[in-house]
Every structure is written in C-alpha cells, then in structure tokens.
Design a binder for this molecule. Structure first.
Ligand code: GSH
Length: 291
C-alpha cells in the first residue's frame, strides 16, 4: 500500500501555512473574524448568506419548497459568500455563524432578528416556523430527525474524508482513500436499504430529511460529485437512484440547486437570488445563449 510512512508527527503540532492543499489559503487553526466586513441586507424577511455547495443547497431548496407551498413569509434574499476568498471570516458573517461556515440565516421578520447557523438547525427552524416538512406525529417526527441527524454526522466522511482525499489532497494517499471509500459505500448501502422499504427517508412523506440528504448523496449517485461515480459504482444503489430522481423532479429542488451556485453549466447558476423572477431571467439568458 502506498502512503507517506516517512512522516513522524512532531511533539507539538505547528501551523504549516504552505501545506499545499487546495484549501490551504482558507484553512486556519483559529476561529474568529479576520477582517471587518458589513453584510448587505435586502428587503425580504429572510436573509441568507451562503454558497451553492451541498450544505448551501439544503437551505435554498427548503426555501423554494416553502414558497412553492405559498408561504410568502419565506421570501428571501440569498447573498453570495465566496469561501475561497475568505468571506466567511468577515466580522458580520462571524456574528451570524461563529463557526465561519455557510449557510447562515438571519430571520428579520420579527422585532429582534434571529440568527441561525448549521444547515440542520436552519432546516428545523424553518420547518417549525412554517409548520411543514417536519412531521408532528411522534413516530414520524423521530424518524425524520433521525435521518436528518444521520446526514449531519455522515456527510463529513463523504466530503471532508472521501472527497478531500480522492479529489483535492495534493497527494493520493491509498490508506485514506481506501478508508473513506469503504465508509461512503457503507453509507450508500444504509440509504439503499432504507429506501428499499420506504418511499422517502422518513416514510411516505417528503421531509427535511430528504432535503438534507439529497444534495450530498443524491448528487453523488447522479455522478455530480468528485468525479467518483465509476470508482464507487454508484449505479449499484438502485433505491438511492430511484429516490434521487424523484427528489430532483421537484421544480423547487431544481430552483434551489441554482441559487448561489458558482460551478457547472452557466445557465444553472443564479449567483444571488432577490426575487422569484430572478429564475426567469436565468431562463431567458439560457434561451438567448441557445439562439
Ligand atoms: N455542518 C455544517 C457544515 C457547513 C460547511 O462545512 N460549510 C462549508 C462549505 S460546504 C464552508 O463554509 N467552508 C468554509 C470553511 O471551512 O472555511 C452545516 O451543515 O451547515
């Protein structure tokens, strides 16, 4: 097995700023703001500061689903936070999320603004505020929250573990890739077995559990993530494939996936969203480009 077996950890770890990794310029061993920066505030009750990564998509999908149900209180401004440029370390952003990660939400609908960070907390907050996508019957609610928290605990192995070492690390370390590929395949099998017995993760209803899990694991089985579809043989997970297609067929999911997105086909990127009509503008741009 190939690896960096010549490395012996020193007695005390020190911060080697030039370790060469893809995220070397933004990763730090300390928290807190690096610079003063005011965040913009739009006209809607909800102000979202985010980026269209899987963690960011969870919230924009939820907001688009709420709007599709007619909840006008879910109108939102989605501002772009460029994590590659260090926007997450700006003073105003850190006041909303002391953990300096997207997504971060400010609810300005009441007298006192309410901050919410961590995507799972944001989904739960919105589900409770609007009374939907989180079952109230105890058994179904427990199932929904179990899968929601499963996602929060599992996705770091997929993103920070497998994705990091397979796609981003400056050297390919067989031990690390092997360890995390095994875990990700185990997680896909967990989902596949659940989705063999249940239409959606929490039961027959689409809930915030599906909204949280889909951007990570739906994207993975559709071959959108890390260029790893063949390596992980994602076509084997038939029930996850069926569920991923069903979730992606929802117009709100397709809209939510576009918001704050900086990669992929240009016509699928809506860098900021301040009005429902912003999506139409995108569609018109697409049609104009095709002419
Ligand atoms: N557990 C967090 C994870 C958030 C997260 O990892 N966000 C990433 C982008 S996907 C980020 O902001 N990274 C910037 C950084 O680490 O400095 C959540 O679910 O909200």
């Amino acid at each position: 097995m190939s690896g960096s077996s010549d490395y012996i950890p020193p007695k005390v770890w020190t911060w080697n700023k030039a370790n060469g990794g893809q995220f070397a310029s933004i990763n730090r061993p300390i928290a807190g703001p690096t610079h003063e920066k005011e965040l913009p505030i739009g006209r809607h009750p909800l102000q979202l500061y985010s980026l269209g990564t899987p963690n960011g998509q969870k919230v924009t999908i939820m907001l688009e689903e709420l709007l599709a149900l007619g909840h006008s209180g879910a109108e939102y401004d989605a501002w772009l936070i460029r994590i590659g440029d260090g926007d997450q370390f700006g003073s105003d952003f850190v006041k909303i999320n002391p953990n300096s990660k997207i997504p971060a939400l400010m609810d300005r609908s009441g007298e006192t603004p309410i901050r919410v960070f961590e995507s799972g907390a944001i989904l739960t907050y919105l589900a409770e505020k609007f009374g939907t996508f989180l079952p109230t019957v105890p058994a179904a609610r427990a199932e929904c929250l179990s899968w929601l928290f499963w996602q929060m605990g599992s996705a770091p192995y997929l993103g920070g573990g497998f994705g990091h070492f397979y796609a981003y690390a400056p050297t390919k370390i067989e031990y690390a890739i092997d360890r995390f590929a095994m875990e990700v395949k185990r997680q896909l099998d967990v989902l596949d077995r659940r989705l063999a017995e249940s239409e959606y993760l929490a039961g027959s209803q689409y809930t915030i559990a599906d909204i949280a899990v889909w951007p990570w694991y739906g994207g993975l089985v559709k071959g959108w993530t890390y260029g790893a579809a063949e390596f992980l043989r994602v076509e084997d997970y038939k029930n996850v494939q069926r569920w991923a297609d069903a979730v992606f067929s929802r117009p709100a999911v397709q809209r939510g996936r576009m918001v704050n997105r900086l990669s992929g086909d240009l016509s699928s990127q809506l860098h900021e969203r301040h009005d429902a009509s912003d999506f139409d503008t995108r569609t018109q741009d697409k049609l104009a480009a095709a002419e």
